[in-house]
Design a protein around this ligand. Structure first.
Ligand SMILES: Nc1ncnc2c1ncn2[C@@H]1O[C@H](COP(=O)(O)OP(=O)(O)OP(=O)(O)O)[C@@H](O)[C@H]1O
Ligand SMILES: [Mg+2]
Length: 160
């Protein structure tokens, strides 16, 4: 499912559709936010946290690597892997212990193999003055989630 996001408001709307489609609580889910520098990963993560009920600042986890939020009956772990060198370093952030919450991961490509146990990948890319978002289910429930978000957000259904 691909959608054109003309501006930040469109990215926020997509996050709203995603929040509405997720189960409550979304414990045990993993969502990967992929895309180059400035593609809008943090914008989407921030909007998703807001849509789930967090009202407060959402600092970048670039240096802390993980920022936890108690929200919507679970803990959302906002993770940024930009600074890790390999999948081995996931150990240092206690990755396996974060499965009691919703893991929302920027720069998942830094830890190859992460997609094997994730539910949804959102690929953000520059397109004109805005961005494009491609939603891809990685698990069975992730496929269902991508479909639900696509329907809610009026995404065009096509292969990319
Ligand atoms: N759909 C959109 N259209 C145009 N601009 C957008 C859109 N979504 C986000 N932006 C803008 O893109 C800029 C970078 O966004 P953001 O910090 O979310 O990127 P990022 O992918 O997290 O970058 P990094 O890799 O550095 O963490 C922000 O100024 C934001 O307002
Ligand atoms: Mg970011």
């Amino acid at each position: 499912m691909k959608r054109y996001l003309a501006d930040e408001a469109a990215t926020t709307a997509l996050a709203g559709a995603l929040a509405a489609a997720l189960p409550v609580p979304a414990s045990g889910w993993t969502i990967l936010l992929q895309g180059e520098l400035g593609a809008g990963k943090s914008t989407l993560a921030r909007a998703l946290l807001r849509a789930l009920g967090h009202d407060g600042p959402v600092p970048s986890p670039t240096y802390t690597l993980v920022e936890p939020y108690r929200v919507a009956g679970t803990t959302v772990y906002h993770v940024d892997l930009y600074r890790i060198g390999s999948a081995d370093e996931l150990y240092y952030i206690g990755w396996d212990d974060l499965d009691d919450g919703l893991r929302l991961v920027e720069w998942p490509d830094r830890a190859p193999g992460l997609a094997d146990s994730a539910d949804l990948r959102i690929r953000l890319a520059y397109e004109g003055a805005g961005r494009s978002a491609v939603l891809e289910g990685l698990s069975e429930r992730g496929h269902a989630l991508a479909r639900a978000v696509g329907e809610a957000a009026g995404m065009t259904d096509r292969i990319n």
